[in-house]
Write a new protein. Structure first.
Lengths: 337, 337
DNA sequence: CTGAAAGCGCTTACAG
DNA sequence: CTGAAAGCGCTTACAG
C-alpha cells in the first residue's frame, strides 16, 4: 500500500540505486536527476521503510535510555531532554526501567542491543559491569552514577564535594547534630554523598553519631519512619541532610508528623514545590538539564565517530539557599520516648 | 558475528523453516525436532534479528506513546505503567512529546507509524483529528482527553463530574467567591472541568464572577501571577479551584507570595508533597495508574484482534479531602490595590 | 554520474 | 510433520 523505493524509481525514470543516493544525500547525483527524484518522492508521499534500512545497515536511528524508574522526576527530566535532542537529530528514543534490579537491567540492555539502537544512555547502579553492554557492541554513555572500571564515557556530578558544601553549610549555621538520610549505598552517588557528609563533619571536628546515619531508605515512607525515630531520640538531630528528593520528601513528612518544622534541612536534588514549602527547602541542584545535554553531546560525538578514550565529565551543581538549611538549631527538650 | 537462523538450522540439522516454526511457537513440530532446535538456539545464544522480522511482518513489537511532555509527573506516571505492561508482553516502548503543538504532534504520529509500532497510546489535545493516525493504520487508544469524532477507543475520567464535586465541596464549606485557575480550554479536560465548576455554581445559586475565571495559565508562573492579581481584588476569592497540578503549584506559590495561606484550595490531580504542604492539599486524584492500565488493557485487546466498535471508558476519580479545601472563608479586608 | 545484481535475516505461501 | 523457494525494501559492493 505504501510506496516503495521501486515506485519512486519507476515514477522518476531512474534506478532504485539513484533514489537511494538521493535519500542518503550522496553527492554524486546530477542536479536534474535529483530534482526528478525529489518530485517523485513528494508526489508519492514516499517514506523509506525503516525496518528494511535497519536490516541492511544494522542501525535503527534509535537511542535507548535505561534508568531506575520512568516516573522519578529526576529521570523523567533527563528523558525529556534526551527526547528533544534525539528528535532534533531525526532519532527516536526507546525507554526502559530497571527498578534498580540487576537482573532486569541486564535484560533491558539485551533488549536494546537486539533492537539495534544506535546508542545507549544508562544510569548504572551498583559496582557490577554485567548490566552494561559488552564494550564495542554499542556506543554508550553512563549518566549520574559512576561505575568503576567501565569502558564508557560518563557524565556525573561531584557528589562528594556538593554534599560537603551542604553539610558544611549546616555546621556553619550552628548545627552539630546532623542526620543523614540516604538510599542504598549501592548507588555510587549516595556513597559519595555520605563521604562528603563525613568529611564535612571531620573537617569541622564534629563527631559522627551512628544513630544519625541511615543508608537504607528505599522509599519516602522508610525515610519518614526513620526521621520520626531520629527526632524522638533523647538527643535528636537539629538538622538533616537528605541524599535524594525522594528521601527528602519522606523527611519532610516525618518532621511534619512529629510537629518539628524547626529542624534544618538540605536536600540533594531539587524538586517541584521546594520553593512553596514553608520554609522553602535549601537544595543541591544537580541541574538535570545540564547533565542530560552533556551526556547527549558525548553520545552524539561517539555516533559521529569519535573513538578517543572514555571520558569522565563532571557537571557543576548549584547550591540553592532558600531557608530550610539556615534554621538555627533549637534545643527544645523532647519527651524521653 | 551474531548467529542467524541459518546457523541454528545447520547446527540442528533442520531447515530454517523449522527453526522459524519453533521460534514462533507453531504447533506442528515433532517434539524431538523442537528439542534439537532449542538446544542449538541455546548453544549459539541465538536471538532473532528484530529488524528482519519487522521488515517481513510489518510489526515491530513496539508500542508508541505520545504525550504533551515526558517530564510532567502525570504523563511520566502513565509512561511508567505502560512500560511495565509492555515489558511484560515482550514489547518495548517508544516515547515522544508534542509540547501541545499540533504540528509537532502530527510529526510524532507520522514517525511512530513509520516505525511500524504495533500500537499507539496518545494523549490528544485540541479538537483536531489531524494529529491522530488515519483510521485503520495502527491500533490506537486515546488517553486522558476526549476527541470528538475520533475512531478510537478512549480512556478518560469524568472531568465535569469530578470538578462539580470539588467545587460543590468548597461551596458546602461556606465559599461563595471561588476562583478557577485553568490551562487552555484547548484541552477537553480543562473545558469539562470548567463546565463542572459552572454547574456547581449554578446549582447552588452562586453567581459566576468573570474576574475569578482564568483559562490561559500555560505554566506555573502564569498561574502565580493571576492568583496574586485575584487575591488583590477588592473582593478577592476565598477559595480557588486549580484545574491541574501545574496550575495548582502556581496558585500555592501565588498564595504564599501575598501571604494568604488561608485561602481554600482544591487541585485537580494529585502531586508529590500534596500531603506535606501545610495545610495538606485537597485534590481530585485522577488515579493515573488506573487510567494507564485501563488504556493498556484496551490496546492489548485491539492487538489481540478485537474489532468491536470504539469504546469510551470512564475511570473513577477519587476526591481526597485533606484540609486545604475545608478552610472556612475569611473575609479579611484587603488593601484596595 | 548511473545502474544491475546480490543479499541483510527473517516469514509467507506452497508443496510434499 | 518438514522443506525449498520467493520476497519484504532497502544498501552495499562492483561495473561502467
Amino acid at each position: 500500500m505504501s510506496a516503495t523505493i521501486h515506485d519512486v524509481a519507476r515514477s522518476a525514470g531512474v534506478s532504485i540505486k539513484t533514489v537511494s543516493r538521493v535519500l542518503n544525500g550522496e553527492s554524486n547525483v546530477a542536479a536534474p536527476t535529483a530534482a526528478l527524484v525529489h518530485a517523485a518522492i513528494a508526489a508519492l508521499d514516499y517514506h523509506p521503510n525503516l525496518a528494511a534500512r535497519s536490516l541492511r545497515t544494522g542501525a535503527s536511528d534509535t537511542i535507548g535510555v535505561i534508568v531506575d524508574s520512568l516516573s522519578d522526576p529526576f529521570f523523567a527530566k533527563l528523558i525529556s531532554v534526551f527526547e528533544d535532542r534525539a528528535t532534533a537529530h531525526g532519532m527516536d528514543i526507546l525507554v526502559a526501567s530497571t527498578g534498580a534490579d540487576e537482573e532486569r537491567a541486564r535484560m533491558q540492555v539485551t533488549r536494546m542491543v537486539r533492537r539495534n539502537v544506535n546508542g545507549l544512555l544508562i544510569a548504572p547502579f551498583g559496582p557490577s559491569l554485567t548490566a552494561l553492554p559488552e564494550p564495542g557492541v554499542v556506543p554508550t554513555v553512563l549518566i549520574d552514577r559512576h561505575t568503576e572500571g567501565s569502558a564508557y564515557d560518563e557524565v556525573i556530578v561531584d557528589d562528594e564535594a556538593a554534599a560537603y558544601t551542604a553539610v558544611s553549610h549546616l555546621i556553619a549555621h550552628g548545627h552539630q547534630r546532623i542526620g543523614f538520610v540516604g538510599e542504598s549505598l549501592r548507588f555510587s552517588t549516595v556513597h559519595h554523598r555520605l563521604l562528603g557528609y563525613r568529611r564535612a563533619l571531620d573537617d569541622n571536628a564534629v563527631t559522627l553519631t551512628p544513630e544519625y546515619v541511615h543508608t537504607a531508605c528505599w522509599d519516602s515512607d522508610t525515610a519518614t519512619k526513620l526521621t520520626k525515630a531520629m527526632l524522638k531520640l533523647d538527643e535528636p538531630p537539629t538538622a538533616i541532610f537528605a541524599s535524594t528528593p525522594v528521601t527528602g520528601v519522606g523527611v519532610l513528612s516525618g518532621m511534619r508528623a512529629v510537629g518539628r518544622a524547626d529542624v534544618a534541612l538540605v536536600v540533594f536534588g531539587d524538586f517541584p514545590l521546594s520553593t512553596v514549602i514553608e520554609p522553602a527547602v535549601t537544595v543541591v541542584d544537580q541541574v538535570p538539564v545540564d547533565l542530560a545535554n552533556t551526556a547527549m553531546d558525548r553520545l552524539l560525538a561517539r555516533l559521529g565517530g569519535d573513538t578517543s578514550p572514555p571520558t569522565s565529565t563532571v557537571v557543576a551543581t548549584q547550591f540553592l539557599i532558600r531557608g530550610s538549611g539556615e534554621l538555627p538549631p533549637t534545643d527544645r527538650p523532647m519527651s524521653p520516648r
